[in-house]
Design a binder for this molecule. Structure first.
Ligand code: NAD
Ligand code: LMR
Length: 331
């Protein structure tokens, strides 16, 4: 795609091409799909991050408007829209169509697979060393698509491609905290597997702080976490899927990536990555982030019987979704 927006498109933004005087040094971040339901609040929140010095916004519609709007915020980063990908440290992709009630994430495959393919081809060409945070659904297939595109281009580094499953963790922390009567900020729930229905596997036996649940609570929590996306899709009744909580989760995850790029130690988050934790080529689990992206992938740890059954179900669906993504490029 033409990710190089012409100067004329941006008119008065011309002067925004250089880094603001006095702006703190930081990282260059691009958001692809920046004018969408997730993209807009994500752009706003990223513009507020001290670790971001330059923010490139790209979409196929309305990008000049969003860029003009965001660029008036008196925060350090400079928002601009030309050369969307060149020189980027981190690329966040929320481009693509969202679900309507009655649809599965896989129903988005036909449209979003092509969008992700095109954008990843441009990333391979313009910023092959960037960390990629992929949000577009179905994540269980779009991450394998991205990997295949990068492999074809000879730029694939499994450490730098991360499917964003942070919203599952954010939801799990919220719902578990509600049940336990705790502040969600004090709760840490590992969520592994993938990002769709039964592939979303909360490990309630490993919640921190250590706690126990009744069988009824486990059923309720597992179901609510696995269907959190559908809960929002139904509540929005045709007006899209989660955007605000997703933008929050995306910023939380992007910030973790940027802090580790800066050299912070001990940054650990869940993400859907190329993995050897199971026999599947991709799997979401806790990963330690570093300057090169994913530095270490943690094993799942001890699972109880309920979780082992859940894992088997998750792997079955995941295998098919991964294969579908791979075949889309290899066909
Ligand atoms: P949206 O329709 O509001 O916005 C999507 C944006 O992508 C639009 O502005 C559109 O113009 C843009 N776009 C389309 N094709 C593009 C291209 N080739 N290049 C650049 N931009 C392009 O949708 P949304 O609510 O923001 O959701 C976006 C995607 O994120 C959906 O696929 C949705 O399912 C997914 N999502 C994922 C998670 C997750 O946890 N990973 C959570 C919520 C939503
Ligand atoms: C979510 O979990 O909210 C997203 O994957 C969007 C969706 O379609 O549910």
């Amino acid at each position: 795609p033409n990710l190089q927006m012409e100067m004329e498109d941006v008119g008065g933004l011309r002067r925004g091409n250089c880094r603001a005087k006095g702006a703190a040094p930081g990282f260059k971040v691009a958001i692809l799909g920046a004018a969408g339901g997730i993209g807009q609040p994500l752009a706003m929140l990223m513009k507020m991050k001290p670790l971001v010095s330059v923010l490139h916004l790209y979409d196929v519609v309305n990008t000049p408007g969003v860029t003009a709007d965001i660029s008036h915020m008196d925060t350090g980063a400079v928002a601009q829209l030309e050369d969307a990908l060149t020189g980027m440290d981190l690329v966040i992709i929320p481009a693509g169509v969202p679900r309507k009630p009655g649809m599965t994430r896989d129903d988005l495959f036909n449209i979003n697979a092509g969008i992700v393919k095109t954008l990843c081809e441009a990333i391979a060409k313009c910023c092959p060393n960037a960390i990629v945070n992929l949000i577009s659904n179905p994540v269980n297939s779009t991450v394998p698509i991205a990997a295949e595109v990068f492999k074809k281009a000879g730029t694939f580094d499994p450490k730098r491609l991360l499917g964003v499953t942070m919203l599952d963790v954010v939801r799990a922390n919220t719902f578990v905290a509600e049940v336990l009567g705790l502040d969600p900020r004090d709760v840490d729930v590992p969520v592994v597997g993938g990002h769709a229905g039964v592939t979303i596997l909360p490990l309630l036996s490993q919640v921190k702080p250590a706690c126990s649940f009744t069988n009824k609570e486990i059923d309720y929590l597992t179901d609510r976490i696995q269907n959190g996306g559908t809960e929002v899709v139904e509540a929005k009744a045709g007006a899209g899927s989660a955007t605000l909580s997703m933008a929050y989760a995306a910023v939380k995850f992007a910030d973790a990536c940027l802090r580790s790029l800066r050299g912070d130690a001990g940054v650990v988050e869940c993400a859907f990555v190329a993995s050897q934790v199971t026999e599947l080529p991709f799997f979401a689990s806790k990963v330690r982030l570093g300057r090169g992206g994913v530095e270490e992938i943690y094993p799942l740890g001890p699972l109880n019987e309920y979780e082992r059954v859940g894992l088997d179900k998750a792997k079955k669906e995941l295998a098919a979704s991964i294969q579908k993504g791979v075949s889309f490029i290899r066909k």
